[in-house]
Unconditional design. Structure first.
Length: 118
């Protein structure tokens, strides 16, 4: 399974960005897609996740109400819409695939940089 993330960039505080992650290949172990992020000098943290089947979602507290995760099963693509961005959202964002929402993941994509200026 390969994951290709795209959509990062530079935005001012209060602005919006959308990320996409396309999954290629198949694995019967993958039931959920997740987004993680890692800011400079910090550990990687979970941001949001969604299950492929019923679309159940789960968000880290700091992004609830601002970020929205969705998926398009036909396109094997997961999206992360980020609104009301804050400078503390600045990080490298990673797409990951696994058997559950959050936690350890089986496959990782390359990160995409999101920078929010104040």
């Amino acid at each position: 399974v390969q994951l290709q993330a795209s959509g990062g960039g530079l935005v001012q505080a209060g602005g919006s960005l959308g990320l996409s992650c396309v999954a290629s290949g198949r694995s019967f172990s993958i039931h959920a897609m997740n987004w993680f992020r890692q800011a400079p000098g910090k550990e990687r943290e979970f941001v949001a996740g969604i299950t492929w089947s019923v679309g159940s979602t789960y968000y880290e507290d700091s992004v609830k109400g601002r970020f929205s995760i969705s998926r398009d099963n036909a396109k094997n693509t997961v999206y992360l819409q980020m609104n009301s961005l804050k400078p503390e959202d600045t990080a490298v964002y990673y797409c990951a695939a696994g058997s559950r929402l959050g936690g350890s993941q089986l496959y990782w994509g390359r990160g995409t940089q999101v920078t929010v200026s104040s």
